[in-house]
Design a protein around this ligand. Structure first.
Ligand code: SD4
Length: 333
């Protein structure tokens, strides 16, 4: 199968549509629909936001910030909660493998000073986000890949372990029976975790971690570890993280675009909407067949979220309230 066809057919597989609509309680793009959210200030600091319904992760990050910790510690440790969660099949341990059965992780992290670190195609190490942080803090580089990344992690004291759980192995074996590299819909209640936090000093950091598209081609790397695509933070302006079909995010340098749009004066919501429009309005865009979602925060603590399709959500911890918010989306029936 030609690469282009594979990517197209893979698009729904990694999207991670969230079906748990019952827990979703408001619409960022239509605040009047959200009685609960309208009762509190929408830009109180500090705050934590993350892609999908990941309340345990935002809870952890919030606790760190409440204890006086930095946004950087908060996003790292918040993401680690999902990486360790074996039931989540798109991040860290238990992530669905590539089409050859190998679990390969991508992650990045970015601090208030514009420093960043990333790992791509990392195997056998659960906490990819922490390895990314070590790359940022302990090497002169930004990104390490594959075996080199794994060797670096082990040298830094990370324990290698098998990330392919029985459940994920079984899912892969089932997929192989009829796949022909065609998509299946992921009905997990969360997917790639991207997180942004503003700490008590008003400083912003972000992180993003994923096992990427389920049953991807061996060697495939998505947007999540690419600074500017899966994540971008500018402590003067704000931050953005992406989820969905990474190829489309990379082609539009999505997270950097959102932050630059905020720099030009757009609200986080307007910036996310514009970045989604850029994808949808490309000539011959196949957007009906893939998902992309963005969440963003500006320096004031205003947030935004937007996606191509329904069922994307953002978890926000602000004002002591940890809630999952359904994102507005561009394709309305
Ligand atoms: C990727 N953006 O590897 C990731 C996958 C993802 O929701 O976010 N899925 O392309």
């Amino acid at each position: 199968m030609k690469r282009r066809n594979f990517i197209k057919s893979a698009s729904i597989t990694g999207v991670g549509f969230t079906i748990s609509a019952s827990i979703l309680n408001c619409n960022e793009g239509n605040p009047e629909k959200n009685d609960k959210a309208s009762a509190i200030p929408t830009n109180a600091l500090p705050l934590v936001i993350a892609t999908w319904d990941v309340k345990e992760s935002t809870q952890k990050a919030w606790e760190i910030i409440q204890d006086g910790g930095s946004a950087l510690d908060a996003v790292e440790q918040g993401c680690m909660v999902e990486e360790a969660n074996e039931k989540g099949q798109s991040v860290g341990k238990g992530g669905l493998p590539d089409r050859d059965g190998n679990v390969t992780l991508d992650a990045c992290i970015m601090d208030k000073n514009g420093n960043c670190g990333a790992v791509v195609y990392l195997q056998n190490i659960t906490h990819a986000v922490s390895v990314a942080r070590k790359v940022m803090e302990e090497t002169p580089h930004v990104m390490l890949a594959g075996n080199g990344a794994q060797q670096f992690a082990i040298a830094q004291g990370f324990e290698p372990e098998n990330l392919l759980t029985e459940a994920s192995k079984k899912a892969w074996e089932n997929w192989k029976i009829n796949s022909e590299y065609k998509p299946i819909i992921n009905i997990e209640n969360h997917d790639t975790i991207g997180m942004l936090a503003i700490d008590q000093n008003g400083d912003i950091s972000g992180a993003c971690t994923t096992s990427g598209l389920a049953y991807k081609m061996a060697g495939r790397v998505g947007d999540s570890p690419i600074i500017g695509s899966g994540l971008f933070v500018d402590n003067e302006i704000g931050g953005c993280v992406a989820t969905g079909l990474g190829e489309e995010v990379i082609k539009t340098v999505g997270s950097f675009l959102v932050v630059e749009l905020m720099r030009q004066g757009k609200t986080p919501q307007q910036a996310c909407e514009e970045a989604i429009s850029r994808i949808v309005n490309k000539p011959n865009s196949d957007y009906k067949n893939f998902q992309v979602g963005y969440i963003a925060v500006n320096k004031k603590g205003e947030t935004g979220s937007y996606a191509i399709h329904q069922y994307f959500s953002m978890t926000k911890f602000q004002n002591g309230l940890n809630e999952t918010i359904q994102a507005d989306y561009i394709i309305k029936a």
